[in-house]
Design a protein around this ligand. Sequence first.
Ligand code: NAD
Length: 371
Amino acid sequence: MSHRKLFLLPGDGIGPEITAELEKVIAFMNTKADAGFEIEKGLVGGSAYDAHGVAISDDDMARAMAADAVILAAVGGPKWDSVPYDVRPEAGLLRLRKDMQLFANLRPAICYSALAASSSLKPELVEGLDILIVRELTGGVYFGEPKEVIDLENGQQRAIDTQVYDTYEIERIAAVAFELARTRDNRVCSMDKRNVMKSGLFWNQVVNRVHDEKYKDVTLSHMLADAGGMQLVRAPKQFDVIVTDNLFGDLLSDVAAMLTGSLGMLPSASLGAEDPATGKRKAMYEPVHGSAPDIAGQGIANPLAMIASFAMCLRYSFNMIKEAEALDAAIAQVLEDGLRTGDIMAEGCRKVGTAAMGDAVVDAFAGKLAA
Ligand code: NAD
């Protein structure tokens, strides 16, 4: 039996409730499929602040670094709104991303047929949608220096952010996008603003070179990021993998997210560089939604984004493709069967709580794995 080390960070609000449902899935895989997952748990966000006075302790950070994959639920809540800035709940997330050097953020936008009617677009535009946005996460205008407001001494001030990308940053994110495309429909669309930005032109050139050197088998296209935003809401199914920088990725992945109808359904992954010795990447998986303090402790949160994040973990950290596909299919199945938590409730469906939804996924997963 192989040992696969998972580090779970339930965090705050609904985090522990949805993590409990994920643990049912993991326990099932260990007992019925001999998957050999070892679970350690730690604290992040407000719960870490309450226990240790920081958003993540050094000890938990070390355990995150040593794990094969980190799975985080959500952080934050009104209880910690007035804690000092550097120990606010989000600081835990930022430290994990920074110390683990997670430069590639993967946000799939999948529209389950059973939920197509909840999208703001016409069902036929989104039904069966399956696209993946690969966003550069550690560079670009959010981090570039100088980043300041200066006094021009003429009664005016000037605010400056700097968009900056080095060759290696574009090379490595492009490589991730091409490699992921090979596991899907083998198409990448790179989005930039090369018509008005030097960094956009450079992005475009480096992506083309990486493609020519190593990934000729993948179909590469380019789009200006503004046109890409339009195309995402006009005809989203035309895309397979979209690769873009930190700023455009932030905007475009939120647009793509809303095509799918519900926040409680959206998983994400953040990956670091491949270790040449082991071939493994540092990785963290988390639902896109927050800690939903308005419904915490009521047993009504939707655990599906959390479970779908683990399906990404099976795929990208452990190469357990059959199991990942079965888990995704199990989520689709419970929706087809008409089970809904409150956030995705629709007429004619059966409303269930967090635990019943988790149990139903485990049952459906067992069926899919056996099939
Ligand atoms: P939120 O995502 O927590 O909630 C937005 C709305 O969606 C709420 O009405 C909530 O009840 C609902 N919702 C979210 N996830 C749900 C689920 N799984 N099942 C059912 N309903 C769900 O966003 P918010 O209200 O803006 O933020 C709440 C807290 O979460 C804040 O402290 C914020 O800073 C934090 N936050 C954390 C993360 C993260 O941990 N990655 C992301 C976003 C927000």
